[in-house]
Design a protein around this ligand. Structure first.
Ligand SMILES: Cc1cc2nc3c(=O)[nH]c(=O)nc-3n(C[C@H](O)[C@H](O)[C@H](O)COP(=O)(O)OP(=O)(O)OC[C@H]3O[C@@H](n4cnc5c(N)ncnc54)[C@H](O)[C@@H]3O)c2cc1C
Ligand code: SF4
Length: 330
């Protein structure tokens, strides 16, 4: 058994000061961190419990944006009536994530920072060769069982899928993440997540010791008419085989698409904005043929490995179905 130092921070300043020591991790709901500690992927020397920091669990909705504190629970945000009205995609992405027990424990900040479900990444005893866990050691998934692995954004070093649902919706709707370290900064969620390249161990734009304070989602017509569709191996709880976060804004005629938003989950190494699909829809009539044509572009540049080619066929169907639901023609 490894010794572990545990501190409960009373305020953000203390948490940030304590987090400056190497080998420290923040602990929110613990549903990712404790899991990864048990399987030996994470081996922090100390954890700082941030669950009692004041003011970070609030959800506010103004005329221009939704602001969600990093410590708001997944279930709390999913159930928020204001969020469901102005941003159904956010509520739906959260309801379809994990299980009821997990959603009651897990925080929004921790949700963004969840790590891949690649089996080889998590099996430290059987697979030393994982570039994400052990840089330069190789990738057991390339020629292994890669049914759940990415077809977009992969590199020669790593093909692991980003597993989360909420971040897919955030990327589609230009959300930003507010970060506090030595100073406060705001980063678009799309830029927050990194492609694996030759450093798959670097997953996001958060320096050691920096804390997520919250996220902000600008309101828009497309957000109000939005939808999250997740296809998975079982309905009770499971990560996405393919998912789509979409939104549609119509012209005054009620038939012409003014703006579309599309992002994909379950198929890429990071939440994947499908701008080609969005551009193909703008200015077009809202009908099934137009949507299916545009959705076919979702997989541009996709590359399959031995077991995951089904995602290339599945994802455009998920995108099309989600857009038709959002447009009210499903
Ligand atoms: C069985 C199972 C099924 C799941 N299914 C899904 C699913 O279908 N869809 C989905 O989206 N998710 C799913 N999840 C993941 C789950 O949503 C995440 O584990 C959860 O959201 C993490 O939040 P947490 O508060 O527990 O984070 P923690 O475990 O406390 O933290 C996670 C990481 O984030 C860091 N951290 C936490 N908060 C902050 C902060 N404010 N600033 C900086 N760093 C921080 C921690 O140091 C840690 O590294 C599943 C998890 C499990 C165990
Ligand atoms: S896909 Fe990435 S996480 Fe999985 S074994 Fe390869 S390097 Fe590790």
């Amino acid at each position: 058994m490894r010794a572990l130092e545990y501190l409960r921070a009373p305020d953000t300043a203390t948490a940030l000061r304590e987090a400056a020591q190497p080998g420290t991790r923040f602990l929110a709901g613990g549903t990712t961190l404790v899991d990864l500690m048990k399987c030996g992927v994470e081996r922090p020397a100390r954890v700082i419990d941030i669950t009692h920091l004041p003011g970070l669990d609030e959800v506010t909705v103004s005329d221009t944006a939704i602001r969600i504190g990093a410590l708001a629970k997944m279930s709390q945000v999913a159930a928020d009536a204001r969020v469901r009205t102005v941003a159904p995609v956010i509520s739906e992405a959260l309801w379809r994530a994990a299980s009821a027990q997990l959603r009651n424990m897990a925080s929004i900040g921790g949700n963004l920072l969840q790590r891949t479900r690649c089996t080889y990444f998590r099996d430290t005893a059987a697979y030393p060769n994982c570039n994400k866990r052990n840089p330069g050691s190789g990738c057991a998934a390339m020629d292994g069982l890669n049914r759940n692995h990415a077809v977009l954004g992969a590199s020669d070093a790593c093909i692991a899928t980003y597993p989360g649902d909420l971040a897919v919706a955030l990327v589609a709707f230009d959300a930003t993440v507010r970060i506090m370290g030595r100073f406060e900064r705001v980063v678009p969620v799309d830029q927050f997540f990194r492609l694996p390249g030759d450093r798959p161990d670097l997953e996001h734009d958060l320096a050691p010791g920096e804390m997520i304070l919250g996220i902000e989602i600008p309101l828009s017509d497309a957000l109000r008419r939005s939808h999250y569709l997740k296809v998975r191996d079982r309905a009770s709880y499971e990560f996405a085989a393919a998912s789509a976060a979409v939104g549609i804004a119509l012209e005054a005629d009620g038939r012409t698409i003014r703006e579309a938003r599309v992002a994909l989950g379950g198929v890429a190494t990071k939440p994947w904005r499908a701008r080609a699909v969005e551009q193909a829809l703008a200015g077009k009539p809202l009908n099934e043929a137009v949507i299916r044509d545009a959705a076919a572009q979702a997989m541009a540049g996709a590359q399959a490995r031995e077991h995951n080619a089904y995602k290339i066929a599945l994802a455009p169907k998920v995108v099309a179905r989600a857009l038709m639901s959002a447009g009210g023609i499903a």
